[in-house]
Structures are given as structure tokens and as C-alpha cells.
Design a protein around this ligand. Sequence first.
Ligand SMILES: *[C@@H]1O[C@H](CO)[C@@H](O)[C@H](O)[C@H]1NC(C)=O
Ligand SMILES: *[C@@H]1O[C@H](CO)[C@@H](O)[C@H](O)[C@H]1NC(C)=O
Length: 401
Amino acid sequence: MGLNSSFGIILVPFFFLFFIDATRVLPPKLFDVRNYGAIADGKTYNTEAFLKAWKDACAYHGRSRFYIAPGTFLLGSVTFEGQCKGSMAFILKGTLKAPTEHSKFSTATWISFRYLDDFTVKGGGYLDGQGKFAWPYNDCSKNSNCGPLPVSMSFDFVNNSRIHHLKSINSKNTHFSIFACYNLDINKVRITAPEDSPNTDGIRIGHSRKIKISSTVIGTGDDCISMLYGSEDIEISNVACGPGHGISVGSLGRSHEEEYVSRISVKNSSFIGTQNGLRIKTWSPSLYSLASDMNFEDISMNNVRNPIVIDQQYCPFPPCGIWGHSSSSAVQIKNVKFRNIWGTSNSKVAIVLKCSGLMPCQDIELRDINLVYNGPGGRATSLCFNVKGSAYGKQLPPPCF
Ligand SMILES: *[C@@H]1O[C@H](CO)[C@@H](O)[C@H](O)[C@H]1NC(C)=O
Ligand SMILES: *[C@@H]1O[C@H](CO)[C@@H](O)[C@H](O)[C@H]1NC(C)=O
């Protein structure tokens, strides 16, 4: 009896230690979609099998891995929802292929993740959006009844999560959409679509905070990265963009009044043959908003049509005066720094700062700018309206304020 009780005293603390750490110490549990009936033949719809596997993986108390083996899996439009019971990883080794029949892709997203925390997407595999079957349906500029084409992968209400080692090709619309997320780390992602594919933004961010994008290569038909209303604390570094329309903030001010954009940084990145480099765009006229505290630093431009652009007169389909009285943008742009930006401009006007007459841009800094124009008509120039700012260090083109 004496023996028994002393064992009890020794064992109890060890038991607790093990119990508390069990979910970290145990190897993660694998949920292989093939065990749920998924077939990697590229022609069987696997949506049901994926949803069953997700249900089990999400309900597992502990670390779970939703596993997609090498091979090509055809997958219809699907939403993977939390909240899950433990830390969850979506491991894509193979290729997910999107539907090609129009009736199967009239949805807002192809693969959607929602309400997740401590979630990882990785594996080195491919999302193949099969965009060429859908791009002809992108006729919204002519047809007001047009339906949106699906975003390849969207994250809505996802916190403290990571997306890395993933490739997206030929999305039908945007490749990745980030909405209402907090603390996401995106790195080593590769995004590809043809230069002339319509509306294929690389990564589109809205209403989200603390998003980090690094070591990512994006060549696509629209913006490489776009940051819309409510984007805050966005850190972009070591991104190569091109072809594409550049990295942009906006368009702001069309809806979502007072959802501000602030603390954006783009560092050590390059633009190759893009339509724009760094761009801030607001509607004219617009609702009131604020876009402030942006830092663009150590950026190379290689044959970029418009390397630096602030455009507060954005109105793609005029007339835009639906708010009546004023035709100026009411978005205040403030504290924006362009530092150490060099390379070649494909147009003579390398810097365009067209700010609002109603809300002139404030605290714009240009420091160490060296943008060369090699075409006919002389050296690069800059163009300003309604800008208050200062210039330091080397300035080519000469600053316009
Ligand atoms: C994400 O964080 C927000 C607050 O920052 C919280 O309201 C929300 O419930 C969280 N979502 C998940 C899925 O954990
Ligand atoms: C800047 O980018 C280059 C090339 O993309 C990379 O080799 C280098 O490590 C980066 N520097 C920093 C400080 O991240």
C-alpha cells in the first residue's frame, strides 16, 4: 500500500505534463482526401470527398493535416469553414483543377476558407483556375447583367494563419482574396496568368490588418497586389511583379466611407515590364476617406510604363459624378514616402502625382529617385497637381513640387 501511494504521487505530475502537451507532442493526424473517395484522374468531381475529409479534419482535437496527394484533382466550387477544434493545415502536393463548364463556375469563389484561426496552406502544389474557359465571359464593361467570375482562393475571417509554397495559375478572376483577416503571413507563393487575362489580380486585400507578403513572384493580367478600403499594417517585401498593373492602393472612395488605409510598406521589390509600379488611386468624386502612412522603399523598375502614380481623378467610365456636387476626390492622401526608387520608365512622365483639389496630398516625400527614360523626346519628367511635399537626395526626374 505504501508502494502504491508513492507511485501515485510520482505519476500524477507526469501524467499532467503529458496531457497538457499532447496536442503539440503527438504527430499531426493525416486526413487524406483519397481515403474519402477523391480520385486524382483530373475528371471526377471531388467536391463531396473534400468536404467529408474537411469535416473530420476540422473536428479533430489536435493538429490535423488535410492532405492532397500528388496528382490532378478536379474540384468544383467549395467552402471550407471553421471554426476547427485544433491547428489545421491544408497540404496541397498535387494540382487542384477548376471546372471549365460555365454552369459550374458561376460562383463568387472557387475555393473559400472562412472562420479559421491558426491555419496553414502549403505543400508546393498548384491551383489551376482554368481561366481561359472563363475569360471570354468577362464582359462587365459592356454587359450590366454580367456575373462575376470566381476568385481562385479566398480567405474570409481568417486569423493568425500562413500561406506558403503555393502556386496559382490562370485564375478566372483574382487569384487570392483576403477579406476581414488578421495576421496572415504569405510567402513563397508564385502567381501566374497571361498579361492580357482580364481582372486577374494577384492578391487583393480588403478590410484586413497585419498582412505580410514576402518572397513572392507575381506575373498576371491585373494588379499584382491591390489594397482596398480598410487595409492596415500591410508589409510587402521581396516581391517581383510583372507582367501586371503593379502594386496598388485603391481604388478608394467609391464606397466604404471612413474605412481607412494606413501603414502600408513595400520594400526591396521589383517591377518588370508592368503597366504601373507603385500606384495610389481614388475615385473622383468620392466619399470621405483617408490613406496615410505609406512607405515605398528600395524598389527597382525595369521598363515600367508609369513607375510612380498618385491618381485622384480615377473615373474609368465617365461621367462619375453620381454624388452630385463635387467632382473632386474627398480621399485625403497623407504621409507617403518614396525612397530609393531606380530603374527605367517606359514613358517620359515617370512620376505622376495628380492629387485632389479638394484635399491636396500632404507630406509626400521623394528621396533618392533615379528613373531613366530612354525613348524619344528627352529626359524623364514629373507631373504634379495639388501636392505638398519635399524632395531629398538625387532626383531624376526633377521633382515637380
Ligand atoms: C479573428 O479575430 C477577431 C478579432 O480580432 C475575432 O473577432 C474573430 O472571432 C476571430 N476569428 C476567428 C475565426 O478566430
Ligand atoms: C532583397 O531582394 C533580393 C532579391 O529579391 C534578395 O536577394 C535580398 O536578400 C533582399 N534583401 C533583403 C534585405 O531582404
